[in-house]
Design a protein around this ligand. Structure first.
Ligand code: PLP
Length: 313
């Protein structure tokens, strides 16, 4: 169990140079937030930062949140709680499987208590507001534990998560860029970027969920300057069948990107993002001369659930 602290000085801003970018006069950089920590990686560190502060402030000793079996968020939460001497509880969507995912095994090693909830039950609750009755009825938690806990919405999708995400762009000379591309799950990170970006910066979110459309899943009420909505574009064509779905074309592209550029990606988020950026450059969807910043939001630990040998890194 790597018990080292997240380290922001490890973040690098690298240029990502491909023939297809040069042909289209694009200059592309990639912000390697994945380097912060093996498990509290990428945007998750930023999204948890202010929840942690709030827990300390309110003297809450336990952090509770929600997620699926491959949740980067829950693992980051478990590791963060451990580093700060707090307890953590993960409410997991679905019945307990015979074999736990690597993500959940790692979360457990960090001391997270796992509570499995049937899908309908999981999907019904608001995930940010559990009544004592609900908890008593469906879990073995004591009411005192709940009172002593802070609930963090699934994926860190709350105002505190948004505030943390608003700090990401302070790491880069954002005026040098015309576009930022990132993978989108709950949309919290993207909303934070919108709130902290200069007025002409175009933000392109690649949805990794199936069935999203228009500006989904962004919560528009989180955007401080509503006029900036015009700068936001959500792209829905690169989910590869939906959350955590993949095929040989995706893993092939991830292997090629690693071999050509030395950039490791995960199959749930960043693999799809980098695939999308290459594909959109190839389709000439970026104006000539664009300066593009790609956010590597981490999540590499998720690759441990793939068949060994599928990825060459
Ligand atoms: C959680 C996650 C995202 C999505 O972030 P949102 O703020 O929920 O949109 C993107 N990339 C990685 C690697 C993640 O773990």
């Amino acid at each position: 169990m790597p018990d080292i602290r997240p380290d922001l000085t490890k973040i690098t801003l690298d240029s990502w140079d491909l023939e297809v970018f040069r042909q289209n006069e694009l200059r592309v950089d990639i912000l390697r937030l994945d380097k912060i920590h093996s498990e509290i990686s990428g945007n998750k560190w930023f999204k948890l930062k202010y929840f942690l502060e709030k827990a300390n402030h309110n003297n809450k000793r336990t952090l509770i949140s929600f997620g699926g079996a491959y949740s980067n968020h829950l693992l980051a939460l478990a590791a963060t709680a451990r580093l700060h001497g707090l307890s953590s509880i993960g409410m997991i969507r679905g019945e307990q499987p015979l074999l736990l995912s690597h993500t959940l095994i790692a979360a457990k090693e960090y001391g997270m208590k796992l509570i499995f909830l049937p899908r309908t039950l999981f999907d019904q609750n608001k995930r940010s507001d559990l009544s004592d009755n609900w908890v008593e009825k469906y879990t073995d938690l004591k009411v005192e534990t709940i009172r002593d806990s802070m609930l963090i919405p699934e994926g860190g999708a709350g105002i505190e998560g948004l505030r943390g995400a608003e700090e990401i762009l302070s790491l880069v000379p954002q005026r040098e860029y015309s576009h930022i591309c990132l993978a989108v799950g709950t949309g919290t990170t993207l909303a934070g970027l919108v709130n902290s970006s200069h007025p002409d910066l175009k933000l392109i979110g690649i949805s990794i969920l199936k069935g999203t459309r228009d500006l989904e899943p962004i919560d528009i009420s989180w955007l401080k300057d509503r006029f900036k909505i015009a700068n936001v574009q959500m792209v829905h064509d690169y989910h590869f069948g939906g959350y955590a779905k993949y095929n040989a074309s995706l893993t092939g592209s991830m292997n090629t990107t690693y071999a050509e550029s030395g950039i490791p990606t995960d199959f749930v988020y960043t693999g799809k993002l980098l695939f999308a950026v290459i594909s959109m450059a190839d389709m000439k969807l970026f104006p000539l001369g664009s300066r593009i910043l790609v956010l590597h939001t981490g999540g590499l630990q998720g690759n441990r659930s793939l068949t060994p040998g599928l990825l060459g890194f």
